[in-house]
Ligand binder design. Structure first.
Ligand code: ATP
Length: 234
């Protein structure tokens, strides 16, 4: 579904992503794990058109999406839930969800998809008229995910969904991610919390200073000595 070949991304002279290749097949949950500064966020931002690659190819469903604007990438079926959520804080829950459906013309279907988001996250329905700034961190994460889901993505990019959440909430968000996947959305997940990410992933890639150093199934990575030592405190 998504194929990334020899991707490099620079910030000025800094090469944040170095010749990275990976793929995500339809129906999978794939994780990119790695320490601070490994290049995970940069990769997601490049996939959604927010960063320009200096080298390499990105294709989605056989179509080249390298260098096309973010809006077109959303139209092609990729939605991005950024690190730190970035909900529109002085807009209500309802308005935030409307922003997610901004590019869609099929208003009746949008209504149905918004109702589905409320079924999945009942707390958002309870808070429908409340400003996003007044939501808890976990509720903001749900809103950011809900906003991405109303754009009807085929591929959902999630950047650090566990960040700043209490352990109980992390479990809940991850079980929701699994459920979204089971209902048909392919997921590319970026996480520092390697354990929870790999537990729900079909496959994963470990990034170190811009390079992919290990890849494998979620299970094989969880059991790998190298991954355990570096990322799982084992
Ligand atoms: P974290 O988990 O801490 O967010 P990450 O793996 O997502 O880390 P990136 O945020 O992609 O890593 O950063 C990769 C490298 O690029 C880092 O060395 C970072 O300092 C650098 N970098 C990121 N954004 C910029 C920017 N806007 N300008 C210059 N350098 C940047």
């Amino acid at each position: 579904m998504l194929k990334v070949n020899n991707l490099s991304v620079h910030y000025g002279v800094i090469e944040a992503v170095k010749d990275v290749s990976f793929e995500v097949n339809e129906g999978e949950i794939v994780s990119l794990i790695g320490a601070n500064g490994a290049g995970k966020t940069t990769i997601l931002q490049t996939l959604s058109g927010l960063n320009k690659p200096s080298k390499g190819e990105i294709s989605f469903k056989g179509k080249n999406i390298h260098g096309i604007p973010p809006k077109k990438i959303v139209n092609n079926g990729i939605s991005h839930v950024p690190e730190g959520r970035h909900v529109f804080s002085d807009m209500t829950v309802k308005e935030n969800l409307e922003m997610g459906a901004f590019l869609r013309k099929d208003r009746e279907e949008v209504k149905k998809d918004t109702a589905r988001v409320f079924d999945r996250f009942p707390v958002l329905k309870e808070r429908i008229g409340q400003d996003a700034a007044t939501l808890s961190g976990g509720e903001q994460q749900m809103l950011a995910m809900g906003r991405a889901l109303v754009s009807q993505p085929e591929l959902l990019l999630l950047d650090e969904p566990s960040m700043g959440l209490a352990p109980l909430f992390i479990r809940e968000i991850f079980s929701i991610i699994e459920d979204i996947n089971k209902k048909g959305t392919t997921i590319l997940l970026v996480e520092q919390n390697a354990k929870v990410a790999l537990e729900i992933s079909n496959r994963g890639y470990v990034l170190e200073t811009g390079n992919i150093v290990i890849s494998g199934t979620g299970k094989s990575l969880l059991e790998s000595d190298e991954v355990q030592k570096a990322y799982l405190g084992g």
